[in-house]
Design a protein around this ligand. Structure first.
Ligand SMILES: [Zn+2]
Length: 410
């Protein structure tokens, strides 16, 4: 392994520094791509420090396309790369945008070798080597955009040599013995092939276990949304075809985004202390579940089941945030805003704006008008308000101000 020690030469903040931890706190190795077609530890460090204001580069290691490895931090450094999981993860970033590029042989070998040596040194099992997207709260993040299932298989093949041709992709094509439609509850090799294909395309379906469960359905829906086909979580002919052809249809990505982390969610994830709530087996229970249920308006039994999940999705749609049915930092923040609104008093003027005003208050208005409740203040809502104002003999302007609000609710 060709490791270059850059711990003292990369850009770092003069005023802040990362926390440190004991090596024994490390439980995961996180694999990233840089989402840039080129780059270096030096460039990422400058970006993280100068543009994002971080104490130093986010990654512990950067692996270049030629297979050379930059050591950027001691393992004890708690740098930013996987939000809430930073304190127990080591970050390895491979330079490249694997949505459009492939790993080079040298890079793959160096990354595998590095990962294996870290696994040995820190006693980390293969199953704890995760892609960025596999960390809690990151199912929206297409990083590292390679199949982590394959990556972990490569790790198992100690000493294996690689050629430039990628491993044959799972036979995800129409075949004689294949079922035509795959949906929740199905099991078998065709489900496994489906999961592998989803994983390969970066739509992490959870465990590759040949069982079509909620996570697989979720991955199918995320895929369908991305592929712009009907979103039903079921794999029929249309979805099957889209899965087969997806790569060739991938749009070119604009180059030059300096890192895969340039968004403000990192900070939010870092500060969030509440646990992530999601639909799993056995179902999660607790007062936090109850609190969430109260806010999205479902029975507050304190058990995170399918109905709660569905309501969370609806809530996320109306808030315009990532729709995954999971209460992570972003959704917690959105839910917090409901509380601040103090149970639905008049808060703001509602009118048709571009983009449309959205929120719980709009929903309340729509419910009161007995029209479709989508939480968006669009032309139909405006028209219904005009009619209402006419009936109430108040100023007809299609705008919900304090007077109209009072008439609606008092
Ligand atoms: Zn990443």
């Amino acid at each position: 392994m060709n490791i270059i020690d850059k711990r003292n030469s990369l850009a770092s903040s003069r005023s802040t520094s990362y926390r440190r931890r004991a090596k024994s706190a490390i439980r995961n190795i996180a694999i990233h791509h840089s989402a840039t077609t080129s780059g270096s530890a030096e460039a990422f460090a400058r970006y993280h420090v100068n543009e994002l204001g971080w104490p130093g580069i986010g990654y512990h290691y950067v692996v270049d396309q030629d297979g050379s490895i930059s050591l950027c931090h001691d393992l004890e450094v708690v740098s930013y790369h996987v939000g809430n999981s930073n304190s127990f993860a080591v970050g390895i970033c491979m330079v490249g945008d694997f949505r459009t590029q492939s790993l080079t042989v040298a890079q793959r070998q160096a990354t595998l070798e590095l990962t294996r040596s870290l696994m040995d040194q820190l006693s980390i099992p293969i199953d704890n080597v995760w892609g960025h997207i596999e960390f809690p709260g990151y199912s929206w993040k297409p990083c590292p955009s390679i199949s982590m299932h394959s990556f972990r298989n490569w790790l198992r093949e100690e000493g294996a040599t690689f050629t430039d041709s990628p491993p044959p992709s799972p036979t995800y094509v129409a075949g004689a013995r294949q079922r035509t439609i795959l949906s929740r509850g199905d099991q078998g090799d065709d489900i496994r092939a489906l999961q592998e294909r989803l994983d390969e395309l970066g739509f992490h379906p959870g465990r590759i276990d040949g069982i079509f469960g909620p996570q697989t359905a979720d991955a199918v829906m995320r895929f369908q949304r991305t592929a712009s086909i009907s979103v039903d979580g079921i794999v029929g002919p249309e979805t099957r075809e889209a899965l087969r052809d997806f790569e060739s249809a991938t749009e070119p990505i604009e180059h030059g985004s300096p890192t895969d982390e340039p968004d403000d969610r990192e900070e939010m994830y870092r500060k969030e202390t509440r646990r992530m709530l999601r639909l799993i087996q056995p179902m999660m229970r607790g007062t936090d579940v109850q609190e969430v249920q109260g806010k999205v308006g479902v029975a507050t039994d304190g058990i995170f089941g399918p109905v709660t999940e569905a309501s969370i999705r609806e809530f996320q749609i109306s808030e315009g945030i990532t729709v995954d049915g999971i209460v992570g930092p972003q959704t917690w923040h959105a839910l917090d805003r409901i509380q601040e609104n103090g149970g639905g008093g008049y808060q703001r003027l509602l009118s048709v704006q571009t983009p449309y005003i959205r929120g719980e208050d709009v929903k309340r208005v729509q419910r009161a008008l007995n029209i479709r409740v989508d939480g968006l203040y669009g032309p139909l809502t405006e028209q219904a308000i005009r009619n209402f104002q006419r009936r109430e003999a108040i100023t007809v302007d299609g705008i919900v101000g304090p007077q109209t609000w009072r008439r609606l609710f008092n």
